[in-house]
Design a protein around this ligand. Structure first.
Ligand SMILES: *Cc1c(COP(=O)(O)O)cnc(C)c1O
Length: 224
């Protein structure tokens, strides 16, 4: 398993580098290994290959894995749809980042809780750029305005950029359109401190990088 994961990681990094260098030699692209379908042994094995950032989409899974692997200096990203009744559980795990801030209501509840506990949390605003009902996130038309509003009203939420899931289709043009739209919003927020643009999964990460992503979230291509 160790050898296989090591090779997967090498292959993935090579593909990321190739996509990155083709568009921008100066951009750094972060890799978050999405471990939601993986075991603690697989996470430990990938850690041994040098990977530090991992992503989970369920609070109970993040809790179980981060507690078991507590002795490793891992950086945990929460990428799932957070329900308000799980806010406390998530905050008690001190994740590195919440990538999926998907509503104003959640922002307000999060702010209250963070303020009470005197904590801050790095966060990305999730944009539903493909406007798919099955996905959460802010509609692209309101994303910029909502980003600014949260910046102003939720001081304990450290907004540092955007996250988006590409359109769910085989049509490359559609996926590209959704990435490009998110990039335009990201660009308009750079003077507000937006630094991270998290776009790209196993099936579309090279396209996402070509469209401006600087953080890819990869699961199946790494843990296959
Ligand atoms: C599962 C998941 C990923 C990784 O998906 P793969 O296709 O396995 O790379 C990335 N982002 C989010 C939000 C996910 O839920």
């Amino acid at each position: 398993m160790q050898e296989k994961l090591n090779q997967n990681l090498i292959d993935v990094i090579e593909r990321i580098e190739k996509a990155r260098i083709a568009v921008d030699r100066h951009r750094i692209v972060r890799l978050v290994a999405v471990s939601k379908y993986s075991t603690q042994e697989e996470i430990t094995a990938l850690y041994a290959c040098g990977q530090r950032a991992f992503g989970e989409n369920k609070v109970q899974d993040l809790k179980a894995k981060s507690e078991i692997l507590e002795s490793l200096p891992l950086e945990w990203h929460f990428i799932g749809s957070l329900q308000s009744n799980k806010i406390n559980a998530l905050l008690s795990l001190n994740p590195f980042m919440l990538q999926s801030l998907h509503s104003l209501e959640l922002a307000e509840q999060l702010q209250k809780r963070l303020q009470k506990e005197n904590k801050a949390l790095r966060t990305l605003l999730q944009v539903n750029s493909a406007k798919e009902e099955s996905k959460s996130g802010f509609m692209p038309e309101v994303a910029q305005e909502m980003y600014c509003r949260i910046l102003e009203t939720c001081p304990n939420i450290k907004l540092c950029g955007l996250m988006s899931i590409g359109a769910h289709t085989d049509e490359k043009k559609m996926i590209q359109k959704s990435f490009e739209q998110t990039y335009r919003i990201f660009e308009s927020l750079q003077n507000k401190g937006a630094k991270t643009l998290s776009m790209g999964m196993s099936e579309d990460f090279e396209l996402a990088i070509a469209c401006g992503s600087n953080c890819v979230r990869l699961g199946s291509v790494l843990f296959k």
